[in-house]
Structures are given as structure tokens and as C-alpha cells.
Design a protein around this ligand. Structure first.
Ligand code: SF4
Ligand code: FES
Length: 242
């Protein structure tokens, strides 16, 4: 019996917006599938053996850094957590994630977008207490700490933004990642912001009232964050104010 794996075909969009002559086009790569092959492994094989010019991002290979998001057969996924064996016909089409600035081929600038989102929702602890590093840390109830940690598991991959129908209609929509971030600070006992303060940040159609509950975020989030539950919770809280 031969140990050879099946042949798979990966089609990737190539385009360099920095180069005037560059036009978006697809390039097809054929390669042998190896046991347990992820898209990350396949893309590295392509870059090493077939096309050294193909651009894509990765850092951790373990679903932690959030840098390898791309559209895989129409759905946003982490390349390092996607097995090629999932695609029974061996055909995989790759596109860069929409909603983010295209750098080249499959590489997009999620960092710039996330930075803007963090500033917009003032993603830091707001406290009037003086910082005193000699003092013991404040006590936090385990349930409360657990709730904050749960929402802090977001890896800023941008998949919820790429999967969001609302974001297509409202380009300034803050996305599930931004609303989740606000929910994270809302449960954090160290943050002294009031519901009114959060209303100022996300109480409009580009914030919590814009979400059309299409569920693309929660269905695709690789960290299985309870995004819709948190958006609904924030919406109920803010709507009660007016
Ligand atoms: S909420 Fe989920 S999908 Fe969105 S950026 Fe965070 S980890 Fe990625
Ligand atoms: S390479 Fe880090 S999440 Fe995929």
C-alpha cells in the first residue's frame, strides 16, 4: 500500500495593492496532503516549494496570537486551526478577510483596526484610585474574576468582524469584538465607569444598537466566546437608561 497522501488543490488570491501593475488574480497550487496537515502547514509548504512570493500571516501556530485569519471556502477561519482533511473534495479557496486593510495576498492589517477599536471603547481600566504598587491587590470575588477572564480570552483575530453582516452595511460598526471588550470592562470590578459612560461609547447604531443579530460572530469565533449573549446583555442594560 502506498503511503502517499491525496493531492489537494489550494487556490489563493494574489494581489499587491502597493504595486501599480498588480491585479487581483487567483493562483492554483497542487500539493500532497500529509497526515494532520493544517492550512498553516500547507501554506508554508507552498511558500517554501512553490511560490516564495505568497504573503500570509502567522506567529504562534496554536490559535493564540490571532494573526492567521483568512477566508476559507467563504468562511473566516484561523489557518493554523483548520485541517485540510476537513475538505472532502480536496479543493480549498483562500481569500483575505474583508473589513480590514489588505496588505498583500492573504495578509490584512487587523492590528490597525483593533487599535482603533480599543481607543474607541477606551479599552483600559478607568479608576480614580491612586496607583500604589506597595499596597496589596484589591480582593476580587472568584466568580467576578472568572467572568472577566472568560471575556478576556479574545485573541483579536478579527474573524467575528469578517463574518459580520452588519459590518458590511455599516462600515463604522464596532463589531462583536468591540462590544465584547466593553462587556469585559463592565464586569470588571476595578473599572469605575457607569452604564451612562458606556452608553456614550456604544449607545448608537455603530455600537450595540446596530447589531442585527445575524450570529455570524458567535458562529465563527474560534474561542467560542458568548458574543451574542454579551451583546444582548449590554443592549438591555443601555436601553434601560433612556
Ligand atoms: S471575539 Fe472571537 S472572533 Fe472576535 S476577535 Fe475575539 S476571538 Fe476573534
Ligand atoms: S498563527 Fe497564531 S492564531 Fe494562527
Amino acid at each position: 500500500m502506498s503511503n502517499k497522501g491525496r493531492e489537494i488543490t489550494i487556490t489563493a488570491l494574489k494581489y499587491d495593492p502597493q504595486v501599480k501593475a498588480s491585479k487581483p488574480h487567483f493562483v492554483e497550487y497542487k500539493l500532497e496532503e500529509t497526515p494532520g496537515m493544517t492550512l498553516f502547514v500547507a501554506l508554508n509548504y507552498i511558500r517554501e516549494h512553490l511560490d516564495s512570493d505568497l504573503s500570509f500571516d502567522f506567529v504562534c501556530r496554536a490559535g493564540i496570537c490571532g494573526s492567521c485569519g483568512m477566508m476559507v471556502n467563504g468562511k473566516p477561519r484561523l489557518a493554523c486551526r483548520t485541517l485540510t482533511s476537513e475538505f472532502k473534495d480536496g479543493k480549498i479557496q483562500l481569500l483575505p478577510m474583508p473589513a480590514f486593510k489588505l496588505l498583500k495576498d492573504l495578509s490584512v492589517n487587523t492590528g490597525e483596526w483593533m487599535n482603533g477599536m480599543s481607543k474607541r471603547v477606551e479599552s483600559w481600566i478607568h479608576s480614580t484610585k491612586k496607583v500604589d504598587i506597595a499596597r496589596l491587590e484589591e480582593r476580587v470575588e472568584p466568580e467576578s474574576a472568572q467572568e472577566t477572564f472568560e471575556l478576556d480570552r479574545c485573541i483579536e483575530c478579527g474573524i467575528c468582524v469578517a463574518a459580520c453582516g452588519t459590518k458590511i452595511m455599516r462600515p463604522d460598526f464596532i463589531g462583536a469584538v468591540g462590544l465584547n471588550r466593553v462587556a469585559r470592562f463592565e464586569v470588571d470590578v476595578h473599572d469605575e465607569r457607569t452604564t451612562e459612560d458606556f452608553y456614550e461609547l456604544i449607545g448608537d447604531d455603530n455600537g450595540v444598537f446596530g447589531c442585527m443579530t445575524l450570529l455570524g460572530c458567535e458562529d465563527n469565533c474560534p474561542k467560542n466566546l458568548p458574543l451574542q449573549t454579551k451583546i444582548a446583555y449590554m443592549r438591555r442594560k443601555l436601553v434601560a437608561l433612556r
